[in-house]
Design a protein around this ligand. Structure first.
Ligand code: NI
Length: 167
């Protein structure tokens, strides 16, 4: 396994749309192992998307199990994910390994249903809420070339400089 380089804003590759994964092979699983190692090595470490490493494919990993006492599904490798329902709205603070110096308040759906394939090509459908749903929406945005910075209601009141990266 290997740690991958995380692209930093304003790298133009973070603005590109990722393409679908077409084969669930060993090369995909090997890449996902590297992506997961990179996520776990980073501060925060609750999610990562392939485009953050310059790999323009529709792969994300979300794992919010480090947060105590919240509704969550543990480790999820999501290939070709799609949000099929959105419900409610909530404003919450987000950070991103590609935007290490800032956090921001973003409005997201409170509950979502997501369809995705795991790294072996098995299809899953889950319902997610709260912080996990926020993390999933944040990571899926990366597949469309969208950063949380693009979703701030106001740069003046919803963007915060951080001194030390912590989650
Ligand atoms: Ni991010």
């Amino acid at each position: 396994m290997a740690l991958l380089e995380i692209l930093q804003y304003p790298d133009p590759r973070l603005k590109q749309v990722a393409g679908p994964v077409e084969s669930f092979d060993d090369a995909l699983r090997s890449y996902i192992a590297d992506l997961e190692e990179t996520m776990r090595a980073g501060p925060g470490g609750v999610g990562i998307a392939a485009p953050q490493t310059g790999h323009l494919k529709r792969v994300v990993i979300v794992d919010v199990s480090s947060k105590p006492k919240i509704e969550q599904h543990g480790r999820m490798v999501m290939v070709n994910p799609e949000i099929i329902t959105y419900d409610g709205f909530a404003k919450g603070r987000e950070g991103c390994m590609s935007v290490p110096d800032y956090t921001g308040n973003v409005i997201r759906a409170e509950r979502i249903e997501v369809e995705y394939y795991d790294e072996h090509g098995k299809k899953h459908q889950i319902e997610s809420g709260g912080f996990e749903a926020r993390a999933i929406q944040h990571e899926l945005d990366h597949l469309e070339g969208v950063l949380f910075l693009d979703r701030l209601v106001s740069r003046r009141s919803d963007l915060f400089r951080r001194k030390v990266y912590k989650e």
